[in-house]
Design a protein. Structure first.
Lengths: 505, 383
């Protein structure tokens, strides 16, 4: 099966099979192709080559509805729940039992109660709760109930446990096992190795759009899985020459927020500090908390040795912090305005005399940085939305260079831009650090984290789980291991004990 | 067209952007077009077309009335004065709409200011100080507008109520307030205040040696029309050249990006409602002077005409696009159309239908053109 997107081949010739009464775990790094595979199964994407076969019957899905009719169901982390109606109506949405023009409420309640009893969820999911009152776990349950009701044959779960409590996880596991025993084929996508080893019968590992292994779970260890996930050939990524100074430009102590449970870190002048972790580890949120865009409930932020009272992006900028956000189109740029207006946005107040923007000064500064970053644009007055992704990113960078911050936070600065532009961004980051800027470098691409960082923090579940010195010595396995340490679930000992208790060892 | 050219011919080697203007020649025409704005050219075209049709073709078509269009009487009395109030409200509304919000309460604000200025000019403050003073009455009206505008701003920013709902609420509340501050809810006559009513009837430049037009002598320029021009020029400058104006366009284009670039959304939004309120207040004062009465219903339903003009002038409902020049041209277009239909004897009901069709038609055309430009852009990106 092959799926390609403009510029990127997301899946290359992947063949995967799953049997009735089996739990197949699907693992891989961010961008390994797991989601794409699921979206083909669910009918959201059409493969460019290859087929989906169920019970020996070749299937083509033009739309998600057709995949559902074929008994294939994908459950995402945040399922579509209709907020204004209750659980029972959500489960039976589209197939409500009717009596004349009215919903047959009595029969509906009976049907739902029967379904819930069958799978042991009577107490967990009150049927009269409105859709928008449900927790993440309950939303997933509703979606699973929808799937079961329509006679599912293949059930795929995408990171179902990432927002569940331990107790909810256990309940979900019980349900998944029961479904397996009823003969449903289950595909289970997760980053949590402990969970996988407890739950799965077979583990398939994907990397760079290819299937690298599919083996029985009992034959695999934690270390082996990590190795399989990483094991890519070393590409020649940029390696930077360190220019770290003693001076600490950013120190965060005891940062707590809705996402973080006490995060401490520091960034020196001239240092590129990588922040690694899997999707959902809380790195983007940490950047926004530091930048005052998201509220922090506790903790201290110091810039250049002085404590900064940061309550909003405005105050963060004043303190000397800049942020190039992850989603540059939605959060970084005013796409319908010009290059120069976007580049000068963060220094507008500084360019203003008596309320008027000094346009000559603005153009001089703008031109200087646009030139330094080699932004390819026909003129400073070009609409930013008409530039390529790499050049748009450079306009965001130009904005922050013009603001002359002490710390620059770059959240996925190379996402969605082509290889050539990536190399230019690397060179630029290197140059900026050598000029004495402290750089917080968030990236989900391990090779670039390893190549660019003087030091690496690894995050998981709103915590920093490890700190590594950069350089030749660090391996992707080390980083990934820390990123999947999994505080929330259990330690290796606890996991082993639990598995023994379940009679799996 | 030109965008497509320049994008595809972008050099592949890293080059510095040309800070100088890319093309030279035909300087004057280009500069005029740049000043009006390329997006506004179709408005100018429509305006010219309309004037030609009304002024010249009506005799040919056998409809009488059009020949009166080109007379000083019509241009300087009927037309110039009729567009002032809606024009002012539309200019304030442009600021709000470009920022991606809406202010439906401007008509009610004008009513409050109309009544308040009439009270001040007839009774003065603290005893009878300042009674009869035009300047004080103007100040009072603007102050009333600022007061109402700040209330709008606080509701939207502090209470975080959606702008449409917030100003829908204050539309009703300010309308009621206008009746409450008027003694017994009745209109206050200001005919006895000649200094003040000069605002409504006065003229500048009456002595200029300008020849007759359409058999009518040069009557001078109405004072209220001059006020409109001054406000339009000031707001044009504010929107284009000040930090505030830049912030308005940035917020309307992408509020999140603006906030993450350090722009204080709350301050800008409060200021923008304050400005919209102040201009509506000024419009209320002029209303009082024009109709020689501070009537609580003076401003009713004017907001609809103002908002219509802003969208007709090319502003986007999603914010980030729109200019004072465009709004002014749209106000003029609607004014000429109404004036022409009056001259041609088109009934009032037909006129309203025609205006509705004009708005919907103009926005539909703009949407179509934007969608086409969008498609062209994605084609370039894919190439």
């Amino acid at each position: 099966m092959t799926k390609s997107f403009p510029n990127v081949l997301a899946l290359r010739d992947v063949s995967i099979d799953v049997h009735p009464g089996e739990i197949l775990a699907l693992m891989g790094e961010n961008g390994a192709g797991k989601s794409t595979l699921l979206k083909i199964l669910s009918g959201d994407y059409q493969p460019d080559g290859g087929t989906v076969t169920r019970d020996g019957e070749s299937l083509v899905f033009a739309a998600p509805r057709e995949a559902r009719q074929a008994g294939i169901r994908v459950i995402y982390q945040e399922p579509e729940i209709i907020p204004g109606i209750d659980v029972a109506e959500n489960i039976y949405a589209g197939e409500l039992p009717m009596r004349g023009p009215f919903v047959d409420r009595v029969r509906l309640d009976a049907l739902v109660a029967e379904d819930l009893r069958r799978y042991g969820f009577e107490g967990v999911l009150p049927t009269n709760l409105m859709g928008d009152m449900l927790s993440s776990a309950q939303r997933q349950l509703v979606e699973i109930m929808r799937a079961l009701k329509s006679g599912v044959r293949v059930l795929a779960l995408d990171e179902p446990t990432s927002s569940l409590t331990d107790e909810e996880v256990e309940r979900l596991f019980t349900l998944v096992r029961r479904l397996r025993d009823e003969g449903v084929a289950i595909i289970y996508v997760s980053h949590r190795i402990n969970e996988i080893l407890r739950l799965a019968d077979r583990v398939a590992v994907m990397r760079d759009g290819k299937l690298v292994a599919a083996r029985a779970a009992s034959e695999l260890t934690q270390g082996e899985i990590v190795r399989l996930m990483v094991g890519r050939e070393l590409t020649d990524v940029f390696r930077r020459r360190p220019a770290v100074q003693d001076r600490v430009v950013l120190r965060a102590e005891g940062i707590r927020s809705d996402w973080h449970k006490g995060v401490d870190f520091e960034i020196h002048a001239g240092e590129v500090v990588g922040f690694a972790g899997l999707v959902g580890a809380g790195r983007t949120e940490l950047a926004k908390v530091i930048f005052g865009e998201l509220p922090r409930t506790a903790g201290k932020i110091s810039v250049d040795g002085r404590e900064a009272s940061i309550t909003s992006p405005t105050s963060a900028i004043r303190a000397g912090i800049g942020l190039a956000p992850e989603d540059r189109k939605r959060e970084g740029l005013v796409l319908i305005r010009s290059v120069i207006e976007n580049a000068s946005l963060a220094i507008l107040a500084r360019l203003t005399r008596f309320g008027f923007v000094q346009r000559r000064l603005e153009r001089r500064i703008g031109a200087e940085y646009v030139e330094r970053l080699a932004v390819k644009t026909p003129s400073l007055d070009q609409e930013v939305g008409k530039l390529s992704g790499g050049n748009q990113q450079k306009v965001v960078l130009a904005r922050w260079l013009a603001a002359k911050p002490k710390v620059l936070i770059l959240d996925e600065p190379t996402r969605g831009i082509d290889v050539g532009a990536k190399a230019e961004i690397y060179r630029l980051i290197d140059e900026l650090a050598n000029d004495g800027l402290g750089i917080m470098f968030i990236s989900s691409e391990l090779p670039e984290i390893l190549g660019m960082s003087d030091r690496i923090y690894v995050m998981q579940n709103g915590r920093i789980t490890g700190e590594l010195q950069g350089g030749e010595g660090v391996t992707e396995e080390q980083v990934l291991g820390l990123a999947m340490v999994d505080h929330l679930a259990m330690t290796a000992e606890q996991a082993k004990a639990a598995m023994e208790a379940e009679g799996q060892l | 067209m030109s965008a497509a050219d320049t994008t595809t011919t972008t050099p592949t080697t890293p080059t510095t952007p040309s800070v100088t203007r890319p093309r030279r020649g035909r300087g004057l025409i280009r500069r005029v077009i740049a000043a009006v704005g390329v997006d506004n050219l179709s408005l100018v075209l429509a305006l010219v077309l309309l004037v030609v049709v009304i002024g010249n073709l009506s005799p040919l078509l056998g409809i009488s009335g059009g020949q009166f269009f080109w007379s000083w009487q019509n241009l300087m009395n009927s037309l110039a004065q009729s567009i002032v109030i809606v024009g002012l409200l539309a200019i304030g509304e442009t600021v709000v709409i470009v920022a991606g919000a809406l202010d439906i309460s401007v008509g009610s604000i004008a009513s409050v200011a109309s009544v308040f200025s009439a009270i001040i000019v007839t009774q003065g403050v603290l005893g009878s100080f300042g009674a009869g003073s035009m300047q004080l009455a103007i100040l009072a009206g603007i102050a009333a507008g600022v007061f109402c505008g700040v209330i709008n701003g606080l509701i939207v920013t502090i209470l975080k109520v959606n702008p449409i709902i917030a100003t829908l609420g204050t539309l009703a509340a300010f309308d009621g307030l206008a009746f409450l501050i008027a003694p017994e809810g009745k209109p206050i006559g200001v005919v006895t205040q000649p200094e003040f009513t000069w605002l409504g009837t006065g003229r500048f430049l009456q002595d200029l040696p300008i020849p007759d037009l359409g058999g009518r002598p040069w009557p001078g320029v109405p004072v209220i029309f001059v006020v409109l021009i001054i406000v339009a020029v000031v707001m044009h400058v504010v929107m284009r050249y000040t930090e505030f104006g830049r912030s308005i366009y940035a917020i309307g284009g992408n509020a999140t990006a603006a906030r993450l670039a350090g722009i204080n959304l709350r301050n800008v939004r409060i200021t923008m409602y304050l400005i919209s309120g102040a201009i509506a207040g000024l419009a209320g004062v002029l209303l009082t002077a024009r109709v020689t009465s501070g009537n609580p219903i003076n401003g009713r339903s004017l907001e609809l005409q103002a908002i219509t003009a802003v969208f007709l002038g090319g502003a986007a409902t999603t914010g980030g696009r729109g200019t004072i020049v465009g709004t002014f041209l749209a106000v003029l277009l609607v004014g000429v159309l109404t004036n022409g239909m009056n001259l041609l004897g088109v009934g009032a009901f037909y006129q309203r239908v025609a205006l509705g069709i004009l708005l919907v038609g103009a926005v539909a055309v703009a949407q179509y053109r934007q969608a086409r430009a969008e498609r062209a852009r994605t084609r370039i990106a894919a190439a």
